[in-house]
Ligand binder design. Structure first.
Ligand SMILES: Cc1ncc(COP(=O)(O)O)c(C=O)c1O
Ligand SMILES: N[C@@H](CCOP(=O)(O)O)C(=O)O
Length: 420
C-alpha cells in the first residue's frame, strides 16, 4: 500500500468494512470528493519535528480540525445512502468545539438531512463557535447548552435511548458513537506509518484525547495488523484517563475549563468500546462499569482488563503551563506554531524514554482556531486561512437552551423535517 495517494489508500483500508449497499464506483467518488475538500495535496501530511519525532497534521480540511477527515466522508456517504433509500434523517450531535463545526460544514445545505448541534455555552473558542453559528443554511441549527460537553453528550445518548423519539425524527449521529467516524480515522494511522516504513518498521503514536474516538481508531489500525508499538493517550487537566491507567479506577471529577477546550471531557465515550475489547468482549463486565459510572460516578477495572489496556496504551497529562511552554518551544526551536491540543500531546510524547521507534504525534487542530491561547504562549496570534476571511464578522444565529433533554427534544421535533 506504500506510495498510494490518500484517497486510494482510504479506499483500500475502508473497503473491507463496506456492506453491499454501495458499489465500488460510488464509493470511489465519495472518497475522492471528500478529500478534494482538503487544502493540502497529501491530505494529512507528516512533518518531522525532531530526530525521530513527527507531527501528523490533520487540520487541512475545511474547518481546520481532524474531524473533517471523517466528517467530509461521512456526510457524502450518508447522503448517498439516504438518496438510494428515499429517506431523510435528523442528525443531532454533541460537541466540545470541533465536531460541531466539522459536521455543520459537511452537512450544510444537504436536502436529506437536518442537523442540530449542541455545544456547551461559553466553553468553546470564538472561532469554533462562529464555525457553528454563522452558517446560513436552513437545515442547520446550533444550540448553546447551559452545561458542559458531558451534559450535551448525555442528552444525545438519552435521545438515542428513547426509541419512540429516535424513530419519529429518524435520528442519526455524527459523533464518534457512529462507527463510520472511527473507521474513516483509521486511514491516517496507516498513511503516516507507511510513510515511515511500516509494515517493516514499528511506529508509536501520541494522541491528544478527550472522547477517545481518535485514539480508538489507532487501536483499530493495530488490530488490523499495523505494527504499532505504543499508543500514548495525552490529556489536559481533565485527566480522567491518565488517572484510570495509573490507578485502575475511573473516577469522575468536575470538568475544568482549559485552553484545549475540545478535550474538556470526563465521560470519555469510546473508552467503553475499548473496555469491551479489553475485557474479552464481556458485555456483563462492561455493563457493570457503566452502571457504576451512572450511579456512583466511578468504577474499578478488573485486574486482567486493566493489564490488557496497559499492554496497548500509556497515558499522561500535560498541565496548562506545560502545554504553553511546549507551544513556545515549538516556535523558538522549529519556527512551528501548534495549537494547545497538539502541544498537550507533544509534551506528553517528549516524556517518553528515547527509542528507536519513530513517534508520531497527532496534530488535531490548526493553531488559528485558538488564537488567544497561542498568542498568550508564544506572542504570535496565528491568522485564519483566507478561505475563512470574514468568519469573525458574520452574524451569529443560535439559541441558548438549558441542559434539559425534554426541552432539547421538543426543539428538535419542532425544527426538523423528518418527523411524522
Ligand atoms: C482539536 C481536538 N483535539 C483532540 C480532541 C480529542 O479527540 P477525541 O475526542 O477523539 O479523543 C478533540 C475532540 O474530539 C479535538 O477537537
Ligand atoms: N472533542 C469533540 C467531542 C466530541 O467527540 P466525538 O469524536 O464523539 O465527536 C469535539 O470537538 O466536539
Amino acid at each position: 500500500m506504500r506510495g498510494l495517494s490518500y484517497p486510494e489508500l482510504a479506499i483500500r483500508v475502508l473497503t473491507p468494512f463496506l456492506g453491499d449497499e454501495i458499489n465500488e464506483h460510488d464509493f470511489r467518488k465519495i472518497v475522492e470528493d471528500a478529500y478534494a475538500t482538503f487544502r493540502h495535496d497529501a491530505v494529512c501530511p507528516l512533518v518531522q519535528s525532531d530526530e525521530n519525532s513527527y507531527i501528523l497534521e490533520l487540520f487541512h480540511g475545511p474547518t481546520l480540525a481532524f474531524k473533517d477527515v471523517a466528517m467530509q466522508f461521512l456526510a457524502r456517504l450518508m447522503d448517498h445512502i439516504l438518496e438510494m433509500r428515499g429517506q431523510r434523517a435528523t442528525i443531532v450531535g454533541a460537541t466540545s468545539g470541533d465536531t460541531g463545526g466539522a459536521a455543520i460544514d459537511a452537512f450544510a445545505g444537504r436536502d436529506r438531512t437536518d442537523i442540530v448541534i449542541l455545544f456547551p455555552h461559553g466553553r468553546v473558542s470564538p472561532v469554533q463557535q462562529r464555525q457553528m453559528t454563522t452558517i446560513a443554511a436552513p437545515n442547520v441549527h446550533a444550540l448553546a447548552i447551559e452545561g458542559n460537553f458531558d451534559d450535551c453528550q448525555n442528552m444525545l445518548k438519552d435521545m438515542f435511548n428513547d426509541h419512540a423519539f429516535r424513530d419519529r425524527v429518524a435520528l442519526s449521529g455524527v459523533n464518534s458513537i457512529n462507527w463510520a467516524r472511527i473507521m474513516a480515522q483509521i486511514v491516517y494511522y496507516f498513511s503516516s506509518a507507511l510513510s515511515l516504513g511500516a509494515p517493516d518498521r514499528k511506529v508509536s503514536f501520541t494522541v491528544p484525547t478527550g472522547n477517545f474516538g481518535d485514539i480508538l481508531a489507532g487501536y483499530c489500525a493495530k488490530r488490523m495488523g499495523l505494527p504499532i508499538q505504543s499508543l500514548g493517550i495525552a490529556t489536559n487537566d481533565n485527566d480522567i484517563l491518565a488517572r484510570t491507567l495509573a490507578t485502575g479506577e475511573y473516577r469522575m471529577e468536575g470538568v475544568v475549563a482549559t485552553t484545549s477546550p475540545s478535550m474538556d471531557i470526563q465521560i470519555s465515550s469510546n473508552f467503553e468500546r475499548l473496555l469491551f475489547e479489553a475485557s474479552g468482549r464481556n458485555a456483563a463486565e462492561v455493563r457493570r462499569y457503566m452502571n457504576g459510572l451512572k450511579q456512583n460516578g466511578a468504577f474499578k477495572l478488573e485486574e486482567k482488563t486493566l493489564a490488557t489496556v496497559r499492554a496497548d496504551f500509556t497515558a499522561r497529562r500535560a498541565t496548562e503551563a506545560e502545554a504553553a511552554a511546549t507551544m513556545k518551544a515549538g516556535l523558538e526551536r522549529n519556527a512551528y506554531l501548534m495549537d494547545p491540543h497538539t502541544a498537550t500531546a507533544v509534551h506528553v510524547a517528549a516524556q517518553d524514554e528515547k527509542s528507536a521507534t519513530p513517534m508520531i504525534v497527532l496534530s488535531t487542530a490548526h493553531p488559528a482556531k485558538f488564537p488567544a491561547a497561542v498568542k498568550d504562549a508564544t506572542g504570535v496570534a496565528p491568522a485564519l486561512p483566507t478561505w475563512l476571511d470574514g468568519l469573525m464578522d458574520r452574524t451569529e444565529t443560535y439559541e441558548v437552551l438549558p441542559a434539559d433533554v425534554a426541552t432539547v427534544k421538543e426543539y428538535v421535533e419542532r425544527n426538523t423535517r423528518a418527523a411524522g
